[in-house]
Design a protein around this ligand. Structure first.
Ligand SMILES: [Fe+2]
Length: 279
């Protein structure tokens, strides 16, 4: 098992998924959210050479910010940007209850971010699944979340963290929000210490820290990624057709037949596995 502290010193990579990566306990905490609904997505509250700027209506998150800043200091991990996410009110979104990680992107080489999470009840579930990515997995082409969804199954060990408790995570901790009945009131807070600015127009604007984000993260990149398993299925199917066509060649030698058939068997075996996975 590796830890956030050591992973924090290595550029974001696929090899670090090869262990049971757990959220790290920081401490219990009582927070007092406002009575009205609050929904804030990655509001920038700190950037280099500037003081922390927490909008007044988000000051109730300050005890968690203090705790997370202290934890980052103890880890010895310095990140230039800090974003705050708050979902407080009736649960409506469904995107969080699928297996995912926060902050995975290999478009540019960078150190992993650290996220601190807290919730009032129905806490985050974590999949303890060491993952060995196939050599042909390309994170700039294939959707890593789709990959998790395909390989995490009933046999995967799942743990649930505690509510009203702060945990540290990094992009190697595979997690999801448990299914919550729509309409249930819940509070979730996340602090993201990031090595690069998250240029995303979906981020909530902080008037005390003006930004001019123009990129739409979802539309520009994430939506263009394809399923690794579907991609592989397509490739193997083409290979299968290619080989069967060659086997029909009247001039084929017995050695070639042997060679091609052994390949064909391997392809068929993998195609069968993929069919089960994709069904
Ligand atoms: Fe998450």
């Amino acid at each position: 098992m590796s830890r956030i502290k050591e992973r924090g010193l290595r550029a974001l990579n696929l090899k670090d998924y090869n262990s049971e990566n757990i959220p790290e306990y920081i401490g219990q905490l009582k927070l007092t959210p406002p009575s009205e609904r609050q929904y804030v997505l990655r509001i920038l509250i700190k950037r280099p050479f500037e003081d922390l700027q927490v909008p007044k209506d988000l000051k109730w998150c300050q005890p968690m910010i203090d705790m997370a800043l202290k934890a980052q200091e103890l880890y010895g991990l310095r990140q230039p940007f800090l974003y705050l996410t708050v979902r407080h009110g009736k649960v409506t979104s469904t995107t969080d209850d699928v297996w995912h990680v926060d902050g995975f992107s290999q478009t540019i080489t960078h150190l992993p971010e650290q996220n601190y999470i807290w919730c009032s009840h129905t806490p985050t579930e974590v999949a303890l699944k060491p993952i060995n990515f196939p050599l042909d997995f390309d994170s700039n082409r294939h959707n890593i979340h789709d990959f998790f969804d395909k390989v995490i199954n009933d046999q995967t060990k799942i743990i649930t963290v505690d509510s009203e408790t702060v945990y540290a995570m990094d992009p190697y901790v595979i997690h999801r929000r448990p299914k919550i009945e729509s309409g249930t009131v819940r509070t979730f807070v996340r602090l993201s210490f990031t090595p690069i600015e998250i240029n995303d127009l979906n981020n909530t604007f902080n008037p005390q820290m003006p930004t001019n984000y123009k990129r739409d993260g979802r539309v520009d990149f994430r939506n263009k990624l394809i399923s690794y398993h579907e991609d592989r299925y397509f490739l193997l199917n083409n290979m299968f057709n290619f080989i069967t066509k060659n086997l029909e060649n009247p001039n084929i030698t017995p050695i070639e037949i042997d060679y091609l058939t052994s390949h064909l068997n391997l392809i068929l075996e993998e195609l069968e596995e993929l069919e089960t996975l994709l069904s």
